[in-house]
Design a protein around this ligand. Structure first.
Ligand code: CP
Length: 314
């Protein structure tokens, strides 16, 4: 059987994305039990290879693998043979000698996960490569919105606000939100909106004057680590915050606010918005576990329908 990678949200059809979301839903009861573990992936091996910092993605992929009874191990660049000059190819070949079923990989370079996939029989899941893609984040965002707004996302309006230019989350979310029929607007300073972004089928706004039309306001942080040194994309964080920072005054009652994290309180989001009941940031983190369980399961089992009993959930 051919291996199944998840390198980009574009790898999925709408039916496949919806099947992952439904599979994630079926795992929710497991996560409410005293014993939060099913034997679904017993005997499978999953390696988390993270060459860039992460809190949410790494912990949730690791816990997801453990909840499914897979054997899992984490490799980080610091402290690995990368410090001694080992190449990505040789690291992948080395780890593949353990015959893993899945390698979950985060890397600062665009395309690193695609490259890695060429050197291994394991399925590769992209957990974020540079400013290119973060497909599991998109799927957990869709899951969170379905939980908050109802299963039918067709026609719902989402505004993605902030540093679109340097954001892999924005790239995955634009495609994934549209895949499920959402109407996407990107908003922010002109210097942080990619020049050809309209070709992706989104509307563009340079102010928040029409923000009230959004059902969901999806905030992004300034990706300082991806901005070229010396390049001035914004005059200052204070000015950005004044023009685009999300405050309760800028929001319509009932609008949902999302953010992939990590958040910078007082920059793109005020503390009052961060802690507001209509803000879904912690719901996104919680969704990440069930959705990543579903991604791991579907990567191995495929995208045909299976009963809960077959997955060891019942
Ligand atoms: N959203 C996200 O990718 O968070 P981490 O960098 O903490 O994994």
């Amino acid at each position: 059987m051919a291996k199944r990678d998840l390198l980009s949200i574009d790898d999925l059809t709408r039916a496949e994305a919806e099947l992952i979301l439904e599979t994630a839903e079926s795992f929710l009861p497991v996560l409410q039990r005293d014993i939060k573990k099913v034997p679904t992936l017993r005997g499978r091996t999953i390696i988390n290879m993270f060459y860039e910092s992460s809190t949410r993605t790494l912990t949730s992929f690791e816990l997801a693998a453990k909840r499914l009874s897979a054997d899992t191990m984490n490799v980080r660049a610091a402290g690995s043979a990368v410090d001694k000059g080992e190449s990505l190819k040789d690291t992948i070949l080395t780890l593949s000698a353990y015959q893993p079923d899945i390698i979950v990989m985060r890397h600062p370079q665009i395309g690193a996960c695609l490259l890695a996939s060429r050197f291994t029989q394991a399925s590769v899941i992209n957990a974020g490569d540079g400013k290119f893609q973060h497909p599991s984040q998109c799927l957990l965002d869709l899951f969170t919105m379905r939980q908050a707004l109802g299963r039918e996302l067709d026609g719902k309006k989402v505004w993605i606000v902030g540093d679109i230019l340097h954001s892999r989350v924005a790239r995955s979310d634009i495609a994934g939100f549209q895949l499920l029929g959402m109407d996407v607007t990107v908003a922010g300073p002109p210097s942080l909106i990619p020049r050809d972004v309209e070709s992706l089928g989104v509307s563009v706004e340079y102010s928040l004057d029409r923000l009230a039309e959004a059902d969901v306001v999806y905030l992004l942080r300034m990706q300082m680590e991806r901005m070229q040194e010396g390049a001035n994309f914004i005059p200052s964080l204070r000015e950005y915050s004044t023009l685009y920072g999300m405050t309760l005054e800028r929001l319509r009652p009932g609008q949902k606010v999302m953010h992939p994290g990590p958040i910078n309180r007082g920059v793109e989001i005020s503390p009052e918005v961060a802690d507001h009941p209509d803000t879904l940031i912690l719901e996104q983190v919680e969704a990440g576990l069930a959705v990543r369980m579903a991604i791991l399961y579907r990567t191995i089992a495929g995208y045909d329908e299976r009963s809960a009993d077959e997955r060891g959930v019942a």
